[in-house]
Every structure is written in C-alpha cells, then in structure tokens.
Write a protein that binds this ligand. Sequence first.
Ligand code: HEC
Ligand code: HEC
Ligand code: HEC
Ligand code: HEC
Length: 196
Amino acid sequence: MKIRIALGAAAAYAALALAGIAPAPTSAAALLFDSKTQPEHVVLNKSAKTAKSPDKEKVPFNHKTHSLKNYSADLKSVIGCADCHHTDQPKSALKGVLKTSEREEVLTTAGLEKADAKPVKSCASCHAQADVKPAGWAENPKVTYEDGDEVVLANEEAYHRNCITCHEAAKKTKADTLAPIKCADCHSGKATSGND
Ligand code: HEC
Ligand code: HEC
Ligand code: HEC
Ligand code: HEC
C-alpha cells in the first residue's frame, strides 16, 4: 500500500529552511506534550509554514470522538488505544510491520490511571518533520512494506497513513461519513472539529 502525498511541498520547505531563507520549523520539543491526561480537542500541524499550501493549515483532531465513539473503519466498534498509540502494547500483540513495544500492557484508560503508569508519548516525539531528528527517537522510523517499498515515517507520512487509511476505509462503509479525506477538509485551520 502506498500513500504519497505532497512530498514536494515538504521537501521544498526543507530546502528553504536549509538555505536559511525560511524560519526554522518550531523545535520538535515545543510540539510535544507527553502526558497521562487524554486530550479532548487537539490541534495538529502546529509548526509555522511559509508556503501557500494546505500543509500550513492546522489540523483539528477530536480525541474524544475517536477514542469513545464507534469510529473503527466499519463504524461498528471503538478504536483500541494502541491502534493509534502503536508502541503502547506488548510485543506479543504487534502486527504487520510493527516491532517496537514500550509498554508491557496494552494501553487503556484504566491502565493509564494507575499511579505507576508511564505517560503516553506524542506521535511527534518519534515522527518528526522530514530531516528533523525526533526528540524521543534516534531518527525518523523507517519500515519496509511487503511490496518492498522502504518508507521513512516522518510526521506527514506517519499521520497520513494513520488518519487517511482509516478514513478511506470508513468512506467505503458509509459514503457520507464525516471522516475527511480531502486536504483542505483536514488542513482546515480550525481549532476544533467534531461530532461531540
Ligand atoms: C485525515 C486528515 C488529513 C488529510 C486528509 C490530509 N492531511 Fe496532511 N497532515 C495531517 C496531519 C494530522 C499531519 C501531521 C501534523 C503534525 O505533524 O502535527 C499532516 C501533515 C502534512 C504535511 C507535513 C507538514 C509538516 O509539518 O512538514 C503536509 C505537507 C501535508 N500534511 C499535506 C497534505 C496534503 C497536500 C493533503 C491532501 C493531498 C493532506 N495533507 C491531507 C492530516 C491530514
Ligand atoms: C516511541 C516512538 C513512537 C511513537 C510515540 C509513535 N510511533 Fe509510529 N512508529 C514508530 C516506529 C519505530 C515505527 C516503525 C515500526 C516499528 O518499529 O514498530 C512506527 C511506525 C508507524 C506507522 C507505520 C505502521 C504501519 O503499519 O504502516 C504509522 C502509521 C505510525 N507509526 C503512526 C504513529 C502515530 C499516529 C502515532 C501517535 C498516535 C505514533 N506513530 C507514535 C515509533 C513511534
Ligand atoms: C485515532 C487515533 C487515536 C486513538 C484511537 C487514541 N488516541 Fe490518544 N492521541 C492520538 C493523537 C493523534 C494524540 C496527539 C498526539 C500528538 O501530539 O501527536 C493523542 C494524545 C493522547 C494523550 C496525550 C499525550 C500525547 O501523546 O499527546 C494521551 C494520554 C492519549 N492520547 C491516550 C489515549 C488513550 C488512553 C486512548 C484509548 C482510550 C487513546 N489515546 C486513543 C491519537 C489517538
Ligand atoms: C481507525 C480509524 C480512524 C483513524 C485512525 C482516524 N480517524 Fe478520523 N474519523 C474516523 C471515523 C470513522 C470518522 C467519522 C465517523 C462518522 O462518520 O460518524 C472520523 C471523523 C473525523 C473527523 C470529523 C469528525 C470528528 O469527530 O472530528 C476529523 C476532523 C478526523 N476524523 C480527523 C482525524 C485525524 C486528523 C486523524 C489522525 C490523527 C484521524 N482522524 C484518525 C476514523 C478514524
């Protein structure tokens, strides 16, 4: 499965940043908020952009609807926390290309409330912008898919694979789903989205 979207825009921006023309992206650390508190409304894509392209717009994400309503691709069940927070599950539960485990028990709300539970890491602490070293990881993760394709999972690739793959599947289940697929519907610049 390949998802290649707007690599050009990101690459052009990185080139400008390297040449010292564009301001450096907000440091990865400033975007992080590893925490034990589940957010309700999150604003993603907060880094400053100069190009007139959709990626300069913020992406609202409703954590409450996605973790409490029937938002699985078939709209029949609640998504498991570790379907998104994929490193927060034991090694034995990992599927497909996943091999990194940082939690002994699969992430749940109840588990997170235990006094000794570790906080949940932001996706961006491991999936930083292209050519930026992620704060919580040695380099942006790379995986090789079954079709032999090696993909660097910088922020754009990682979030798009997570969000858009499921939204496209949801659209097959329900043609008039609220799940956005078009660039501007996600990169809307709005502070909130939702169904709550
Ligand atoms: C389902 C929602 C969704 C859709 C649809 C979507 N994006 Fe994104 N996009 C995101 C999220 C979330 C991020 C990651 C933001 C972050 O790092 O915080 C992102 C990141 C990006 C980035 C990287 C920005 C950076 O920080 O370097 C680019 C470029 C981008 N998107 C362009 C596009 C384009 C072009 C389209 C349409 C072809 C598109 N996106 C469609 C949600 C979406
Ligand atoms: C602790 C670091 C870390 C965190 C936090 C993290 N990832 Fe990852 N991610 C990785 C690594 C490393 C891989 C490569 C596969 C592996 O080693 O498990 C990966 C792989 C992926 C993949 C490709 C998997 C596939 O099946 O195609 C996606 C998509 C992804 N991450 C999205 C996310 C999202 C969304 C979040 C936050 C909800 C997130 N990641 C949080 C490190 C992380
Ligand atoms: C559809 C994907 C998705 C699901 C399902 C999901 N989360 Fe998240 N969660 C996210 C994203 C995206 C963020 C924002 C992280 C970032 O900054 O990139 C987040 C943030 C968090 C945070 C705040 C710390 C941080 O990483 O920013 C906590 C705590 C958390 N989630 C716990 C949970 C728990 C517990 C569940 C299950 C009840 C859950 N999440 C389900 C995607 C998801
Ligand atoms: C595993 C499936 C899945 C994943 C992963 C997922 N979504 Fe969704 N999302 C849905 C479904 C299903 C709906 C719509 C449900 C409906 O039509 O009733 C939706 C709706 C939305 C909506 C509009 C309604 C609302 O509740 O806010 C936005 C915006 C959205 N998603 C953004 C995102 C972003 C950004 C990501 C990645 C960080 C993401 N989603 C990841 C399944 C998913």
